[in-house]
Design a protein around this ligand. Structure first.
Ligand SMILES: [Zn+2]
Length: 329
């Protein structure tokens, strides 16, 4: 791909692109211009079949176009290209969703061909965490950097790696599965990928909830509710109030995350690691333990060099990265 730092307006002119972040639960979409300004956005529940997902995306494109035409008083089509990111492995060249564990109806589906057929304009596909890395490098914490790692702590743990300005996809487009780096080989918790002890089972929102339930018998005085509504957010909120159970869970999470980051730092020697996703809200509770592990495990020169920071694009990192990729393709 092209360098995210280069001028995005070079080839796409002054038009808009339609960017969509297709999650397991929600479809979030927006029209974005070449400077990264979001014009219209919408959010829908994710449909349950490939055909319905295509139809939802087509309707979303038409709705964004209609809104834009009304706002500008111009009936001409302004959306130049469509860019969709999904939580899974994708074949970028062929526009195929290879495997998406949270959207299994798309496994093997030729998504870009279906969209181009309907919309008569170019469509591209990318992995959501890769797109988030591109978004952070374009308009977020990684601006003006060249080599960054982006870690997304959400329902699962995703990753994107940009090496010397280029997104690193690997030979099969499946690189940067940072969430499936092993950080605990002995007695490790089983992971959805089939392995055990992956970073995802200690640092995702799902992991925060599981670790809280597991540890709660040891903290009878904890105010953290042990009900079905337990979320990483409620656990974080309890931690801010000094709840010992919540503090212990975020300490453990920070230790495992730090081990994973130390491995990445020693292998990649990045300028910056950007951490995003919902769990990053607990930053003040896990930051210290994460940094401790990095200091203890990474090469001192590399650890001193790398900046570990929070995402600046937040939930929009994937959308903005999707837009950036469309402007550069
Ligand atoms: Zn795994």
């Amino acid at each position: 791909m092209t360098d995210p730092n280069k001028n995005a307006g070079d080839r796409a002119g002054a038009g808009l692109v339609f960017a969509a972040d297709l999650g397991g639960t929600h479809l979030r979409a927006a029209t974005v211009d070449h400077s990264g300004r979001i014009h219209f956005r919408l959010k829908r529940n994710t449909a349950k079949s490939a055909d319905e997902i295509v139809r939802a995306l087509v309707l979303a494109v038409r709705e964004c176009e209609k809104q834009n035409n009304e706002a500008s008083g111009d009936a001409g089509s302004v959306i130049k290209a469509v860019s969709v990111v999904v939580p899974g492995t994708v074949n970028v060249e062929e526009g195929i969703v290879v495997k998406a564990p949270n959207l299994p109806c798309l496994d093997g589906f030729r998504l870009t061909a279906a969209l181009t057929d309907e919309l008569k304009r170019p469509a591209i596909l990318e992995n959501d965490a890769n797109a988030a890395a591109v978004g952070e490098m374009w308009l977020g914490a990684g601006r003006s950097r060249r080599t960054i790692v982006c870690v997304t702590l959400g329902t699962g743990v995703g990753g994107g790696i940009i090496l010397d300005g280029k997104l690193w996809r690997g030979v099969d487009g499946a690189a940067a599965e940072i969430g499936h780096m092993c950080v605990d080989p002995f007695g490790g918790v089983a992971c959805g990928c089939g392995s055990r002890g992956c970073l995802e089972v200690y640092a995702s929102a799902t992991a925060i909830v599981r670790m809280t339930r597991e540890a709660s018998p040891r903290y009878p005085d904890s105010v953290v509710p042990t009900s079905a509504e337990l979320t990483s957010e409620t656990i974080y909120a309890a931690g801010l109030e000094g709840d010992e159970l919540a503090l212990e869970v975020f300490r453990r999470m920070g230790v495992y995350l730090g081990i994973g980051l130390a491995n990445l730092i020693n292998i990649i020697n990045p300028e910056m690691i950007v951490i995003g996703g919902g769990v990053v809200n607990g930053w003040n509770l896990f930051e210290k333990y994460m940094h401790q592990q990095v200091a203890e495990r990474a090469f001192p020169l590399l650890a001193a060099r790398v900046k570990i920071v929070r995402s600046e694009c937040g939930d929009d990192a994937g959308l903005l990265g999707a837009a950036r990729l469309a402007f550069s393709d």
